[in-house]
Design a protein around this ligand. Structure first.
Ligand code: GRF
Length: 202
């Protein structure tokens, strides 16, 4: 069975790119990205999707109230018979209706070792806190902020002479490794959620 994926984006789309490439190279099998949805008209991620022949949809938040906006997203997800929803640099809170409809089938990538440094500018938060180890997390999405069960994490060192930008780039490189890996595990049926623990059959 092919897992039908939808991706929500707001900007650059480098994580989307890593996942599209992993599907094309056959690292992720039995999966297709059917649609990419953005809340920003000019998100470069939309162009990346089109370059790969994937439908790219801009849903204008200015045209709907909160509830209607969630319904508009749900409509697109249903239309494309979505099995798995990926948030990849989607800078907007996802409504509870969507979370409920896709419980345990929504993933997000966050640029910190959760539960440290939730929310925006996680790399800046980590850098300014002075941690010696930073990293990234792929997790399932629940109703809280960056709080769902953790699927995979990867750490990177913070080195003498680093700037926030250098650290951010070091983390991003690992995001592009663990996000495709988490999607592969899902599509191979190797993720089992037991309470807060995600057991990975690797
Ligand atoms: C990444 O750092 C991701 O962890 C965070 O937003 C950024 C998105 O980058 N959620 P991109 O759009 O995938 O290039």
């Amino acid at each position: 069975m092919t897992v039908k994926i939808a991706v929500l984006v707001s900007g650059r789309g480098s994580n989307l790119q890593a996942i599209m490439d992993s599907i094309e190279k056959g690292y992720i099998k039995n999966a297709t990205i059917n649609v990419v949805i953005s809340n920003k008209a000019n998100a470069y991620a939309l162009e990346r999707a089109r370059n790969h022949g994937i439908d790219a949809v801009f849903l204008d938040p200015g045209k709907y109230d909160r509830d209607e906006y969630d319904r508009a997203i749900l409509n697109v997800l249903n239309q494309y018979e979505t099995d798995l929803l990926l948030l990849a640099g989607y800078f907007r809170l996802l409504g509870n209706k969507i979370i409920k409809a896709y419980r345990n089938r929504i993933m997000n990538i966050h640029p910190s070792l959760l539960p440290a440094f939730k929310g925006l500018h996680a790399q800046k938060q980590a850098f300014e806190y002075g941690v010696k180890v930073a990293g990234c997390t792929v997790h399932f999405v629940d109703e809280g902020l960056d709080s769902g069960p953790i699927i995979l994490q990867k750490c990177v060192p913070v080195l003498t002479g680093d700037t926030e930008e250098i650290l951010t780039a070091r983390i991003l490189e690992q995001e592009h490794v663990i996000y495709p890996e988490a999607v592969r595990l899902f599509t191979e049926g190797k993720l089992k959620i037991e309470g807060r623990n995600v057991v990975t059959g690797i």
